[in-house]
Design a protein around this ligand. Sequence first.
Ligand code: NAD
Ligand code: 6OD
Length: 496
Amino acid sequence: MRNPTPAVPYPLAGEQLACLIGGEFVRAPRSFPNLSPVNGRTIATVGEADAALVDRAVQAARAALKGPWGRLSTPERCALLRKVADRIEQRFEEFVSAEVADTGKTLSQAMTLDIPRGAANFRAYAELALGRAAECFETGTPDGRGALNYTVHKPLGVVAVIAPWNLPFLLLTWKVAPALVCGNAVVAKPSEETPSSAQLLAQVMQECGVPPGVFNLVHGFGPDSAGEALVSHPDVAAIAFTGESATGSAIMKSAAPTVKALSFELGGKNAALVFADADFEAALAGTMRSVFANSGQVCLCCERVYVERPIFERFSAALAERAARLKVGGPYEGADMGPLISRAHRDKVLGYYALARAEGGEIVTGGGIPHFGDERDAGAFIEPTVVRGLPESARCVREEIFGPVCHVAPFDSEEQAVSLANDTRYGLAAAVWTSNLQRAHRVARQMEVGIAWVNDWFLRDLRTPFGGVKLSGIGREGGAHSLGFFSEPMNICVKL
Ligand code: NAD
Ligand code: 6OD
């Protein structure tokens, strides 16, 4: 059995999840339930921040910038980040339990990806900030004495970090860590669907002695709630957001009047290109992962799989056969795939399954919901699904579904494969499967995306640029790119 029972129970049971403002946990005026996607039961009650609470959080962050935090050196901030990483690792089981409760994802994924990457994000940025080089130019002057121009990096100020629900802890810490290491003060808002690991992070910040107001947490929804209040707040200098492209667009509007810096990691409709010369087994296993990981709820998932004609029938049949064999179930059952995040999201994905049929597609496997005959029938489970036969103009081929589903279609030439992959308004990621080295480089380079994998998928090095083109985002995070976004470079010119 791969997934044992939880090492610790849900760590926030019985509490109302409070906002962290200026170093104090504050009860919000309204609350909402956090529902389990496994059985629909209430996991916890979450306090919803209103505009007044969000304002308090922003003011606490501003005050923190003027206090001891503003005087810490980069090595001191790095040391604090490493302490946070250590504490996350000490409370590893609690984080895992919280993440799994909110999302229903498999225990094995939370233990090997979500929570370790949360700690790794803090370590990685501590290391990167320490190694950041200082730019310096010698400049000629008419009197021959010259000048030195050097760059200093200052914090931006108060930074809003807004995260989605699919990889809640990984994606929140991916932005919080670089924002803090650059000396900013953060107001973080996790998704309303997944508040628990963020709540534990707030506790960890307190335990590690992060000064009051440096990390603030507000819970709530987007429009007319904490999210909108935060992104339209005049004292927020920058917004780092991960979520849907349409939400990115709404946030841009809210941020426009006060001209904030924006870093957006948005949706995707990613392609996998499987060439006939690929290692068949590796391509099949990798494509399975790229379609069904996290129940297809990863922005990098490949919802469009294009396979070279000579292996199309064999590959698509094998993909459907493996998909049909995936075990769907709760986090502690040794399942391959958990539920979707919510009933509402399941309705959306089921709508696309119906649309695929209406658009003339053939559902090769899946297309419905599993029946368990127990409390899981009140959850948000859905069948892994493979579709074929849709025209490229179909909405199911063009729109992000964000579920465990792909459309598989043949191609006849490298040129056609590249053109199909790029024929989308999104541009986040691509996976190219081939054993031809020259083709691998040639095709990968032609992908209009932020990241292209060759013979793998979701293999990450945190120093590399990460982000998307077209509807998939604005800017790049990762490594020096994050340090660049979260700080303000200033030139100092010294006449010698
Ligand atoms: P979402 O856009 O609905 O919500 C994301 C966050 O934004 C939540 O915290 C939400 O409360 C908040 N929000 C919503 N409306 C807002 C508003 N008007 N103002 C301020 N905040 C607002 O996204 P989701 O459903 O949580 O996540 C799934 C989406 O995220 C998918 O489209 C997926 O592709 C995308 N995503 C992208 C990446 C990436 O790196 N490119 C990573 C993960 C997820
Ligand atoms: O690995 C990362 O750093 C990252 N931002 C992953 C995004 C996954 C999207 O769901």
